[in-house]
Ligand binder design. Structure first.
Ligand code: NDP
Length: 341
C-alpha cells in the first residue's frame, strides 16, 4: 500500500501577496497549492486540523524590525496550529500523535521535531492548546502573575475583555478574589462577561461617549492593575484612574495595529510619573521557563470551574483571512480559531 508521501502530498496554503495598508483585506492573501517533498529520515508529516488567528500577525505583515521577522510576500503565513501526524520517519513522533506547531495557514507540513510539542487529546479538546491552555491563556497568566504581581483584592481593569487573552485574564483575576472591570464591544460579549466570567463591572465601550468617565464611575477607589490589550483611548482612561504605584501591563495595543499614521500617545502620560505607575510591556515567549507552572494553575482552575472559555470557529482554510480580519472588527468571542480538517 502506498504511504502518504509516496502518494505525493498536495497541500493548500495561504500566502501574503501584498502588505496591508490600514485594515487588511482578503486581497492581501491568496491560496495556492504546493507539492510537498518526500519525507527524509528524522522527519514526519502533519495534517493540520486547527489553526489560530492572532492580532500579533498584523505586526508581521509590516516591513521593518520587530521582535519577530516580517512575513515574506509569496511565502505561506505562519502561526499556531494543531495537527495529526499522518506519517513519520522520526523516532519520537508516530502516526496518530497530535502536535502543536507554528505552521498554521496550510493543510500539511513536514517537521524535524524542532519547536513542536505533542498534545494529549485525552486531557482537553485539542484546539484548547491554541487558546486557554495555549499561547493566549499563557499570555494572560504571565501578564497578571509575572508582570503585574497580582494580589488578592486588587481592582483590575481588562480591555478586549471577552477576547482570547482578556477573557482568561478576567477569570484569573477573579480566581484571586479581585474586583474586575472589563471592557468589550458588543451586547453578547458584555452578557458573557457578566454571566460566564463573573466579571463585576462591564463597559460597552462602543456605546460609551466618555470611556474615562465610565471607568471612573465604576472604579471610585481607582484601579490597581490595567491589563492593556487595546492601547489608545483605553490606556488613557486607565492612566487617569490608576492608583498610585499601580501597574499597566502592556500586553497589546490592537487599536493601533492598523494605524496608517503613528498614533498619538496617551495625552495624560505625565500621570505615570505623578502616580508612580509602573508600565511594563512583555512578550509571552520570553517566559517559557514558567510554562509548566502555568499549566498546573490553569488545569486546576479549569477543574474547579473557575475558568470558562469560548471559541469562535471559522470553517475552512480558505476562510482563514476573513477570520483574521474579523479580529479587528470584533467578530470573535473568546479564542478565534479556524478548523482546517
Ligand atoms: P482577541 O481575541 O482579544 O481579539 C481581538 C479583539 O480586540 C476583538 O474581538 C475586539 O473585541 C477587540 N478590538 C479590536 N479592535 C479594537 C479597537 N480598535 N479598540 C478596542 N478593541 C478592539 O485577541 P487576543 O486575545 O489574541 O489578543 C489580545 C491582545 O493581546 C492583542 O493586542 C494582542 O496583540 C496581544 N497579545 C500579546 C501577546 C504578548 O506576548 N504580549 C501575546 C498574545 C496576544 P471588542 O468587540 O471588544 O472590540
Amino acid at each position: 500500500m502506498a504511504t502518504e508521501t509516496e502518494k505525493k502530498i498536495e497541500s493548500r496554503q495561504i500566502q501574503l501577496v501584498s502588505r496591508p495598508t490600514g485594515v487588511p483585506t482578503v486581497d492581501n492573501f491568496e491560496q495556492v497549492t504546493v507539492e510537498l517533498p518526500p519525507l527524509a529520515d528524522g522527519e514526519f508529516l502533519v495534517k493540520n486540523e486547527w489553526m489560530s488567528v492572532d492580532p500579533y500577525m498584523r505586526g508581521r505583515m509590516k516591513e521593518g524590525k520587530s521582535y519577530v521577522p516580517p512575513f515574506e510576500i509569496g511565502k505561506p503565513l505562519e502561526g499556531g496550529c494543531i495537527g495529526k501526524v499522518v506519517e513519520s520517519r522520526h523516532e519520537c513522533f508516530s502516526a496518530g500523535d497530535y502536535v502543536l506547531g507554528n505552521s498554521g495557514w496550510r493543510e500539511y507540513w513536514i517537521s524535524n521535531g524542532k519547536s513542536v510539542s505533542k498534545v494529549d487529546p485525552e486531557v482537553a479538546p485539542i484546539q484548547s492548546y491554541l487558546g486557554v491552555l495555549g499561547m493566549t491563556g499563557f499570555t494572560a497568566w504571565v501578564g497578571l502573575k509575572r508582570i503585574a504581581n497580582l494580589q488578592s483584592g486588587n481592582t483590575v481593569f481588562v480591555s478586549a475583555a471577552s477576547g482570547a487573552v482578556g477573557s482568561v485574564a478576567c477569570q484569573i483575576a477573579k480566581a484571586y478574589h479581585c474586583r474586575v472591570i472589563g471592557s468589550a464591544g458588543s451586547e453578547e460579549k458584555i452578557l458573557w462577561l457578566r454571566e460566564k466570567a463573573n466579571v463585576d463591572e462591564v463597559i460597552h465601550y462602543k456605546q460609551t461617549d466618555d470611556l474615562s468617565a465610565a471607568l471612573g464611575s465604576l472604579a471610585p477607589d481607582g484601579i490597581d492593575i490595567y491589563f492593556d490589550n487595546v492601547g489608545g483611548e483605553h490606556l488613557e482612561a486607565a492612566i487617569e484612574h490608576m492608583n498610585n504605584f499601580g501597574c499597566c501591563v502592556e500586553c497589546g495595543m490592537i487599536s493601533t495595529y492598523n494605524a496608517t499614521e503613528p498614533p498619538a500617545a496617551p495625552r495624560n502620560l505625565f500621570k505615570v510619573i505623578a502616580k508612580r505607575i509602573r508600565m511594563q510591556g512583555f512578550i509571552v515567549r520570553d517566559h517559557f521557563a514558567d510554562h509548566d507552572e502555568f499549566l498546573r494553575d490553569m488545569s486546576s482552575w479549569i477543574r474547579s470551574g473557575q475558568i470558562d472559555w469560548e471559541e469562535s470557529v471559522t470553517e475552512g482554510l480558505d476562510h482563514a483571512p476573513e477570520a483574521f480580519i474579523g479580529l479587528f472588527q470584533g467578530s470573535n468571542l473568546g479564542k478565534a480559531l479556524v478548523r482546517i480538517g
